[in-house]
Design a protein around this ligand. Sequence first.
Ligand code: MLT
Length: 404
Amino acid sequence: MAKVNDNYLKLPGSYLFSTIGKKVAAYAAENPDKKIIRLGIGDVTQPLTPTIIQALHSAVDEMADAETFRGYAPDLGYEFLRKAIADNDYVARGCDIAADEIFVSDGAKCDSGNIQEIFSTDNKIAVCDPVYPVYVDTNVMAGRTGEYDPATGNWSDVIYMPCTAENGFAPELPKTVPDIIYLCFPNNPTGATVTKDRLQEWVDYANKNGSVIIYDAAYEAYISEENVPHTIYECEGARTCAIELRSFSKNAGFTGVRLGFTVIPKDLKVDGVSLHSLWARRHGTKYNGAPYIIQRAGEAVYSEQGKKETAGLVAYYMKNASYILNGLKDAGYTVSGGVNAPYIWLKAPNGMTSWEFFDYLLTTANVVGTPGSGFGPSGETYFRLTAFGSYENTVEAVDRLKRL
Ligand code: MLT
């Protein structure tokens, strides 16, 4: 008789953004006259830019001609895209990353969930608290996290690194040494960042202890301040301890198009085994590559015009971020993030829990955000707003919050 993977049965509730989606859909169905403004999931709202659209059209035309038609993409990505990524995101920043250390995929969410497969289930993971739920949930599915304690919201075999107002929402180096460390900067959900010196401490810690850092840099395009690293490979020694995850979703608006990549340097070895080889083996076996059409669109992001247009998109969303940040500060909220990230992290007012504030905001202001506790116990009493709405909706949402 077949048996299910009972690790799945340990997962409490549904995926955070599915739960929110269901709650909002139920409220909308009961209140069809209300104009709901959605600043919950970090999904973009602005269209793909002209250079990207042109690249997509021309790649579609290539598929209509036997001479230029493409079938399966190379497992690890087309060379034209891997080279554009290496040149622009790494070599141009003085980082030693080569095209053949880049694995093109259909997005950072999948990669951040799948990457744990190449590690032993005995490994102990460390995560920030609050954290992007995919890192923890996928380790639960793999059986790496022990038992869930509903009272604390913690898993028995996970090392939590609290990110609180006291430490500026940036974790301390853990006292118990983890095997795998998940870091995300600029951070989802808090919008916090670390300096290059601080990130260097993490790299040194990982190299000293034989830990691997899985570094999610999906929001790097939003960095506006100096001395905030755009990639972990700006740090010395990162080639021997770090994997980096990147996305085209947040900078170029590809959430519905799907494109991302993972960097695994060839120097990164665990017990003498190359993680690059393991991930290549996994990719080759389980994945047929992001579509040619989409990879051409990704290449266009790195053209001169593509870069200008992408910068325009980022500026558009960061104008929203400033509007939310300043508007809520003026209204007396305790608020952070929004300077190097498209997320604003605020304290729920009047002692409300995160979910109480979610319900209150949905029903009184018809604004949707994300309850901080959905990202982990230290997120309780916090709330995340995204800057990815339209400017008009963002202004209206902030005005509604000010009137509460
Ligand atoms: C978020 O809202 O945290 C992200 O958009 C989710 C994602 O990128 O998968």
